[in-house]
Design a protein around this ligand. Structure first.
Ligand SMILES: C[S@@+](CC[C@H](N)C(=O)[O-])C[C@H]1O[C@@H](n2cnc3c(N)ncnc32)[C@H](O)[C@@H]1O
Length: 231
């Protein structure tokens, strides 16, 4: 499991180049993955959303743009430099007054029980030192009937594995070190993806935290999965 202090300082180091690196390394597909997440949340129509591990805030902004009606969004992350990037974007873009960016640890959420209709977590759960604790905390802050949306890397279709892992191990760290100057952070990314469970095990982990039925949508040859669960 990742060491939270190391994870926090790694994201602090790459915070300023995080968005550029994301676009480049995913070939822009990451924007589509987040759109897919927002369109699932739109179907629920929540009034309060927690975007946990919000990072530089792209999911929070996409939710603010994509959800109808008045919605209050809390973007929470434990890494202040990532939140600083989110706030810079919020101020420079104008609007988005329905988003509050707040520092907080996903494994000990500083939030009341049953206070959100929906919780989204995009590429964040993989970085949590104790996933069961994080999922239990999410369950606690969701109101009964509320929904969890986990967008995360997953294990790809078998036929795609060799190409995918060749890219992750050999090409991605080199490209990333050119963009961010931090090869180690992207070697961590590759290792954390390789060690992360496939969608079936992830479903079991979500259920073990108290959730009922889990729906899974596998995206881009299974490299990413969207899990949706109800409290
Ligand atoms: C890969 S980024 C994802 C950011 C954003 N959700 C996105 O889709 O681009 C992972 C984020 O998880 C945050 N994170 C990792 N562990 C955390 C924890 N225990 N509590 C809160 N945030 C955490 C990191 O600081 C980082 O901003």
């Amino acid at each position: 499991m990742p060491d939270p202090v190391a994870v926090n300082s790694m994201f602090a180091r790459i915070a300023r180049r995080y968005d550029v690196a994301n676009r480049l390394l995913s070939g822009g597909v990451d924007v589509w993955w987040r759109r897919r997440l927002v369109s699932a949340v739109r179907g629920q129509g929540p009034a309060t959303v927690l975007d946990l591990a919000t990072g530089s805030g792209d999911v929070a902004f996409a939710l603010s743009r994509g959800l109808p009606g008045p919605v209050l969004i809390t973007g929470m992350d434990f890494c202040q430099p990532m939140l600083d990037e989110a706030v810079i974007k919020q101020q420079s873009r104008g609007g988005f007054s329905n988003i509050a960016f707040v520092q907080g640890d996903g494994m000990a959420l500083p939030l009341a029980d049953a206070s959100f209709d929906a919780v989204t977590i995009s590429f964040g759960l993989r970085n949590m030192a104790d996933r069961h604790r994080a999922l239990s905390e999410i369950h606690r802050v969701l109101r009964p009937g509320g929904r969890l949306y986990v967008l995360e890397f997953s294990q790809p279709y078998n036929w795609f594995r060799p190409v995918y892992y060749f890219y992750l191990k050999h090409l991605l760290p080199s490209i990333a070190s050119l963009v961010t100057g931090d090869r180690r952070a992207y070697e961590y990314l590759c290792g954390s993806i390789e060690q992360y469970p496939g969608h079936e095990v992830m479903t079991e982990e979500i259920q073990r935290a108290g959730f009922g039925r889990v729906n899974v949508f596998r995206l881009t040859f299974g490299t990413v999965a969207l899990h949706i669960a109800q409290k």
